[in-house]
Design a binder for this molecule. Structure first.
Ligand code: TYM
Length: 350
């Protein structure tokens, strides 16, 4: 299902260790989002930088600078991002790429494609029926629309009437075929770790995610703009799909999509794990009530508190591991207030 709104070698952690984010830059050819790039974004858009860019949450990119060149020359591009609907609602980690996408859509005034990969989740999870995945996709679309893309208002309209779903049209199917022909089984296995036990269609899904970054996959929506540049905001777990896409694109005469990639919003249990929809205790969902969120934080959020009250009074909290502070770092806009909270916690006078 696609939601169209106008306008492994994985980087992972094991054994409780923190996620190795540098690997994306040192081994997988991403570039660092540095100050000069951010200054350029601010200059070109004439807007203050959003918190995710200011605080280094989006730390890696592929050719984002080229997208800025395109914009500066007055040429067009489009945004593409997505969600694999595996739970009733999105969690706070999913909000990270969607909030950056919202900022980028407002700042650059460009069209946006959102892929709801209900097929991906159906193929991956043997306990989910196709109908259930479609239902989850529709539920998740409400959360996505609530992010406020291009003035779509959840309060004003029934979200289901605002969604234009696109079946696999023939242009889409042709691009999947063009793309898949250039990726061998060995190559796909080495990127995604498929084994002989994986079903056939699961092994072909990555092409579906890849070709939504080519504008001629959507001939009716992009009306003749067959080779628009594409920018994809996402977290680093999606990088393997688009490394593959960038490898194949020039071989079929298409443009490589650009990416801007974030670190993970951590699980309640600590920074060594990402917040994940498949583990309800690790996650705070959009649909959780204030009471449920409070209980989850009190019960599960890893604290930087010291081992004894005495130690804590002496040393204050260890903010390097404290999950509530990490969460504020993602979402609290006010830099001065964040610093104030951190100073007080470090001195134990909260
Ligand atoms: P999914 O549903 O796992 O995740 C949706 C988006 O949220 C990001 N994400 C996170 N970001 C920060 N912290 C976290 N803890 C966290 N967990 C997930 C993901 O990187 C993603 O951007 N295969 C995709 C669906 C998809 C897609 C795309 C994603 C289809 N086309 C194009 C990005 C771009 C998936 O299952 O995402």
């Amino acid at each position: 299902m696609l939601l169209l709104l106008r306008k492994e070698d994985q980087v992972s952690s094991s054994g409780g260790k923190n996620i190795d984010y540098d690997k994306l830059i040192t081994q997988f050819g991403c570039q660092t989002v540095d100050k000069s790039l951010l200054d350029r974004v601010q200059r070109l858009t004439g807007r203050p930088l959003p918190v995710f860019l200011r605080r280094g949450v989006f730390f890696a990119h592929r050719d984002f600078n080229k997208i800025l060149d395109i914009y500066e020359r007055g040429e067009k591009f489009f945004l593409y991002t997505g969600r694999g609907p595996s739970s009733e609602s999105l969690h706070l980690g999913h909000l990270v790429p969607f909030m950056l996408t919202k900022y980028l859509q407002d700042a650059f005034d460009v069209p946006l494609v959102i892929q709801l990969s209900d097929d991906e989740k159906y193929l991956r999870d043997k306990n989910l029926s196709m109908e259930e995945c479609e239902r989850l996709g529709r539920e998740n679309a409400k959360d996505i629309i609530a992010c406020g893309f291009d003035g779509v208002s959840l309060t004003r309209t029934d979200p289901e009437n605002k969604i234009r779903t696109l079946a696999l049209c023939s242009a889409f199917y042709k691009n999947i075929s063009r793309f898949s022909k250039r990726v061998t089984r060995n190559k796909a296995d080495s990127i995604f770790g498929f084994t002989g036990e994986d079903n056939m269609r699961k092994q072909s899904y990555p092409a579906v995610q890849a070709v939504a970054s080519f504008s001629n996959t959507f001939p009716r929506q992009f009306l003749g703009d067959d080779h628009l540049h594409c920018l994809i905001p996402c977290a680093i777990d999606q990088d393997p799909y688009f490394r593959m896409t960038r490898d194949v694109a020039p071989r079929i005469g298409y443009r490589k999509p650009a990416l801007i990639e974030s670190s993970f919003f951590p699980a309640l249990q600590g920074e060594h794990r990402k917040m994940s929809a498949s583990d309800p205790n690790s996650a705070i969902y959009f649909t959780d009530s204030a009471k449920v969120i409070k209980n989850k934080i009190n019960q599960y959020a890893f604290s930087g508190g010291q081992e004894s009250l005495q130690q804590h009074r002496k040393l204050g909290a260890n903010l390097d591991v404290d999950i509530p502070v990490k969460y504020l770092n993602f979402f609290l806009e006010d830099d001065a207030e964040l610093e104030h909270i951190k100073r007080n916690m470090a001195r134990d006078i909260c």
